[in-house]
Unconditional design. Structure first.
Length: 569
């Protein structure tokens, strides 16, 4: 068995410590009885962060980034306070039977065994400095302390008051530095820091469950005690200018938060459930930089097709897919490329997700009858060259959009369908005549988002999952022998993934396809024509990214897997 390297050797190899400094630190250690790391820090030869980074890289143990991680007080409570302080450890996440624990010394087997005995979970060690652990522990106590203060102050007020009295009480309780304000603000600020797209506040019988959607995946964050959930919900409703006395009907609201030079618009939605109001907050970062089309993840052939679409001066370009598949971001990328001083570009959106310089953006407002259809009618009187309609939701909007494309405008919009071909049927079902569709639609892009493997912890593994193998064979493709996955590292928050990319199918309307649409051909015939014309399906695009080591087999199954495809084998 190879001998494990000592800390001094590791630091010297990385150029962080000289021989003279190591010799002086060892002499200092003998006189004080400190560990070598403690001696180096006291002598100011190296920082605790440098030691932690070096150990993480050498030992391949994940480094904790507390700035991007919310520590639930419920998880912290799994380990007694005296153990946390004496052993310099902090439980940070519970996943199944594994408890991730930040440790100054992740190789201390005795401490790991003690933690396993105390908690009853298998311990997954991670590296952090003593100061980082102490600071994160204090933050977790702040959350728990705020909750306890609120529980003590309002826990006895369990009865229902009249609406006016309740409103007065709530407004007094949810302004200034009240604990409810701190707790709600903390949740929203953490969502921004973790780059969450949505915050879910879900009432359960015993508590309020808080979850974030990050990179398309829901993650448990914390649980707010039952008596506090109305306080947190009411604070967010006040911020969003919603009626806090109305809990029986769904409501919608908006608010804006600025944090670390980032302006975030938030759409708030409430929904009555059997255990109380469920609130979802959608986060929209207005100051986010837009990507170029080349960065979206289009395959080379599909990118060429998209560029050909965007060179057209009139017609309709559709982007389709389920909610959260990046449709609006794709449209903004198109507008970013098309934007120039010689074009009048107007958008009609709900909501306006990004602010684009040089583009006229209209926010839908149903309260004053400014709907997509009415807004689009008004836009056509503003001499536009390019129009972007946030979403085609009804026949009226579809009809106006198609006729705008027919009369010399380039129109971009989105639909909710599962495939590019299905968008044709969707437009017909909205009441459009087939000849209008065939004469105006330039092309359709159907897309999904898959998480990309972290490049810093990517490793090759044999493909053994029988479901994935059958699925790939059903597409007429030979399954690759080797695929890739992320093992988890400090840079990806120990998830194995970092960022997302697109899988897409691009349907460019051909003469044969237009004739088939005119005669009312069904989906299967249209799909066969599209495939003959070179369209690559979503499933094939996803498998291509799997084989190239961009994403994992789990992501392929999550986003594009179809039982029907397997049954064809």
């Amino acid at each position: 068995m190879a001998q494990r390297k000592r800390l001094g050797d590791i630091l010297q190899e990385r150029g962080l410590l000289s021989k003279e400094q190591l010799r002086e630190a060892l002499e200092f250690q003998r006189t004080t009885g400190d560990k070598l790391g403690e001696a180096l820090i006291k002598l100011d030869f190296i920082s605790p962060e440098d030691i932690a980074d070096a150990l993480s890289e050498h030992l391949r143990i994940p480094r904790v980034d507390f700035k991007r991680r919310y520590i639930s007080s419920d998880v912290v409570k799994l380990v007694p306070e005296n153990v946390i302080r004496e052993q310099q450890v902090l439980p940070i996440e519970l996943e199944g039977n594994f408890l991730s624990v930040a440790m100054v010394d992740p190789l201390n087997i005795m401490v790991i065994d003690d933690l396993q005995r105390i908690t009853g979970y298998l311990i997954k060690p991670m590296i952090a400095t003593a100061d980082e652990i102490e600071s994160a522990y204090q933050r977790s106590l702040d959350v728990a302390g705020a909750a306890q203060q609120m529980l003590a102050q309002y826990g006895e007020d369990e009865g229902e008051s009249e609406a006016e009295t309740e409103k007065e009480k709530a407004e007094a309780r949810f302004i200034g530095n009240a604990p409810g304000v701190k707790l709600a603000n903390m949740i929203l600020e953490q969502a921004i820091k973790q780059k969450a797209s949505d915050v879910h506040l879900e009432p359960r019988e015993e508590d309020l469950r808080v979850r974030f959607r990050i990179d398309g995946i829901m993650r448990d964050i914390m649980a707010v005690p039952r008596h506090l959930r109305a306080d947190v919900n009411s604070r967010i409703k006040i911020m969003a200018n919603m009626d806090i006395t109305e809990r029986r009907r769904p409501q919608d609201g908006r608010m804006q938060i600025r944090l670390d030079q980032i302006t975030v618009d938030m759409r708030v939605s409430s929904l009555p459930t059997v255990h109380g109001e469920k609130i979802v907050v959608r986060l929209l970062q207005q100051t986010q930089d837009l990507m170029n089309i080349e960065e979206f993840g289009f395959g080379p052939e599909n990118l060429d097709k998209v560029q050909r679409m965007l060179r057209q001066s009139q017609g309709l370009i559709l982007v389709t897919g389920p909610t959260g598949s990046g449709k609006t971001t794709t449209l903004y990328g198109f507008l970013n490329q098309l934007n120039s001083p010689d074009k009048n570009i107007i958008t009609v959106e709900d909501p306006v997700e990004y602010r684009l310089a040089g583009i006229n953006q209209v926010q839908i407002n149903p309260k004053v009858d400014l709907t997509f259809a009415n807004g689009l009618r008004s836009v056509l009187r503003q001499d536009p060259d390019i129009i972007m309609v946030g979403e085609i939701r009804d026949g009226d909007t579809a009809d106006i959009a198609v006729r705008a494309a027919l009369t010399g405008h380039l129109v971009l919009s989105t639909l909710h369908t599962n495939s590019a071909v299905a968008s044709i049927t969707r437009l017909v079902n909205m009441g459009l005549e087939p000849y209008l569709i065939s004469s105006t639609v330039i092309g359709v892009i159907a897309q999904r988002l898959v998480r990309t493997i972290c490049p810093d912890c990517r490793e090759a593994v044999p493909l053994t999952d029988p479901v994935v193998i059958r699925f790939i064979k059903s597409l007429g493709i030979t399954p690759p022998e080797v695929v890739y996955r992320g093992t988890g590292c400090p840079l990806c928050g120990d998830t194995g993934y970092r960022g997302r990319t697109m899988v897409e199918e691009v349907l460019l309307f051909s003469k044969e396809l237009r004739l088939a649409v005119d005669r009312g051909a069904h989906d299967e015939e249209l799909k066969e024509i599209a495939l003959r014309g070179g369209m690559q399906t979503l499933q094939i695009a996803a498998v291509d990214k799997l084989a190239r080591g961009i994403t994992t087999s789990d992501e392929v199954l999550r986003t594009v897997y179809s039982v029907e495809d397997e049954e064809e084998v």
